[in-house]
Design a protein around this ligand. Structure first.
Ligand code: SF4
Length: 77
């Protein structure tokens, strides 16, 4: 499966399902962004304040497999 990007107002999140270990860190860490009952199951539009964006960065940082990655808007070309 190819890496797919989900866009938000402050940061984007990309996900590669081929390397996800299904540990659930993301869902436990920030259920309003990572909700497997919804489609798409990653919704970075919920992280719409600097504080929530920081929380999302931390949750993505705890992803053990590297399946999740953050895309910072300031780093876009
Ligand atoms: S934290 Fe990473 S490895 Fe774990 S379920 Fe979420 S995406 Fe998959």
């Amino acid at each position: 499966m190819a890496r797919k990007t989900y866009y938000g107002p402050i940061i984007d999140v990309s996900f590669d399902g081929a390397i996800c270990q299904h540990s659930g860190e993301c869902v436990r860490g920030m259920g309003e962004v990572f909700d497997t009952t919804k489609r798409p199951w990653i919704n970075p539009t919920q992280a719409n304040t600097p504080e929530l964006a920081d929380q999302l960065r931390q949750v993505v940082g705890r992803c053990p497999s590297g399946a999740l990655e953050i895309g910072e808007h300031w780093s876009r070309p």
